[in-house]
Design a protein around this ligand. Structure first.
Ligand SMILES: Cc1ncc(COP(=O)(O)O)c(C=O)c1O
Length: 461
């Protein structure tokens, strides 16, 4: 890889600092520092403008399942753009959307057979809430509009999705949000309340029962849906305790509430299955997806819904009054088909399932470091919770978090050649979610970089 010239780099930096607005980013942190600029990707690695290589331990942003630089997927997009670059799914269909909807319906669990496309995860979540609301109005239960979701869970940033998101800090500037978002406990067993901290199954039972108690408190006739990720991302990869989803399903059935599995991260192999709900053996009413469906070669999201939810919309004058211009874009659908071909050809689900034990045990080696409190996750999706005191699980105060994560860990990990995420939206964690093509040599590389940087972080504290 040839690096950009010094002049090209200087021009890029100047333009970026003058004109580009980075998401969820303190722009001031780049006043005197270079904005990291990624210019190329190949396999499990990406390269910056200096030609420096980084292991993409986060698959971009939980996206690049098949890795970077796959020309067969890029070519599929280019071919489609020449054939038919754009046509809307408003009243019309096009072959790529038809083929992809058919394929996804075949892959999704149970009678999830209808696919409604969007362009992103936030739009998928937004669409699922809107569908739930209109569905209940159409079947004569107009009082149902509330949505339960878990504390610290991230479900997107558009106003509806943000109302479902459980992160107070990123909601506050936009209050008042649409009414109806209600929080229930998450499944962070490491921080379980004392009375259920001795047993995962009991903890899971309690956390699920809290959903029932909340439905009763809010009034069952006012609750439309429960939104849950198979493994909760924000807070650092909380897998479901045994029996949790089975109990949640029972509760949803008892009160006529829809179970939405938000699989924007957990679908398409992240947990070794096409859908995370398959891994944990539960049947959702709606699955929301995005990210890995195209491995990022073009933007696409959507929801797969049960036949029964479509019922009230297939008769007479009824229609789902919702849509977006670029949803199910022909290029994105063609790319998704080619992406799924790679999954099949290279048996990526099998790769994750056969290697996830090695991924876990490699990361668990870090447990010997004093700063590592918990290593948790599933498939190729792991969080490492950092603590000040391993014995008491004492976490860092705001000032220490700021110095540790923002001031040191994020830049140090990047400098050391690893793209991952140091996050303090709950307790401080490092998150890993590498391409599904990774194997033991990549796990070792991640572990070695993390060991060096975390050791230095501890020494600086
Ligand atoms: C579980 C979940 N839902 C929704 C979203 C929002 O997706 P997007 O950023 O594509 O709007 C995300 C994004 O990370 C997510 O992780």
């Amino acid at each position: 890889m040839t690096a950009y010239s010094n002049q090209e780099i200087a021009e890029l930096q100047e333009s970026a600092k003058r004109h580009l607005w980075l998401h969820f980013t303190r722009m001031s942190s780049y006043n005197d520092a270079e904005i990291p600029t990624i210019v190329r990707g190949s396999g499990q690695y990406v390269f910056d403008q200096h030609g420096k290589r980084y292991l993409d331990g986060l698959a971009g942003l939980f996206v690049s399942q098949i890795g970077h630089g796959r020309t067969e997927v890029a070519d599929a997009g280019a071919r489609q753009a020449s054939e038919l670059a754009y046509f809307p799914l408003w009243s019309y269909a096009h072959p790529q959307a038809i083929a992809l909807a058919d394929r996804l319906a075949g892959m999704a669990p149970g009678d999830l057979n209808r696919v409604f496309f969007t362009t992103s995860g936030s739009e998928a979540v937004e669409s699922a809430w809107k569908l739930a609301k209109q569905y209940f109005k159409n079947i004569g239960q107009p009082g149902r509009y509330k949505v339960l979701s878990r504390s610290i869970a991230y479900h997107g940033t558009s106003m509806g999705a943000l109302a479902i998101t459980g992160l107070a800090d990123i909601k506050a500037p936009f209050e008042p949000l649409p009414p109806g978002g209600v929080r229930v406990p998450n499944t962070n067993f490491y921080r379980a309340p004392d009375f259920v901290a001795h047993d995962r199954a009991e903890f899971g039972q309690w956390a699920a029962d809290e959903i029932e108690r909340t439905i009763l408190r809010e009034g069952p006739d006012s609750v439309a849906a429960v939104f849950l990720e198979p493994v909760q991302n924000s807070g650092g990869c909380f897998p479901p305790p045994p029996g949790y989803f089975q109990r949640v399903r029972e509760i949803c059935d008892r009160y006529g509430v829809l179970l939405v599995s938000d699989e924007v991260i957990c679908a398409f192999g992240r947990l070794g299955y096409y859908f995370g709900s398959e891994r944990y053996g539960y049947q959702p009413d709606i699955i929301t997806f995005a990210k890995g469906v195209t491995s990022g070669y073009a933007p696409l999201g959507g929801m797969v819904v049960r036949d029964a939810l479509m019922e009230p919309f297939v008769r007479g004058e009824s229609s789902f009054l919702h849509g977006v211009t670029f949803a199910g874009h022909p290029v994105s659908c063609a790319v998704a088909m080619a992406n799924l071909d790679v999954f099949e050809k290279e048996e990526l689900l099998a790769n994750v399932r056969s290697n996830e034990g090695a991924f876990r045990s490699t990361l668990e080696k870090l447990n010997d470091l004093p700063i590592v409190g918990d290593v948790r996750g599933a498939g190729y999706f792991y969080g490492i919770e950092l603590v000040k005191d391993k014995a008491t699980k004492e976490t860092f105060n705001d000032d220490e978090s700021e110095r540790l994560l923002r001031g040191y860990l994020s830049p140090a990990l990047f400098d050391a050649g690893l793209i991952c995420r140091a996050d303090d939206r709950g307790d401080p964690v490092i998150q890993l979610s590498p391409p599904l093509t990774c194997g033991p040599e990549h796990f070792d590389e991640m572990e070695q970089i993390l060991r060096t940087v975390l050791t230095q972080a501890w020494e600086r504290l």
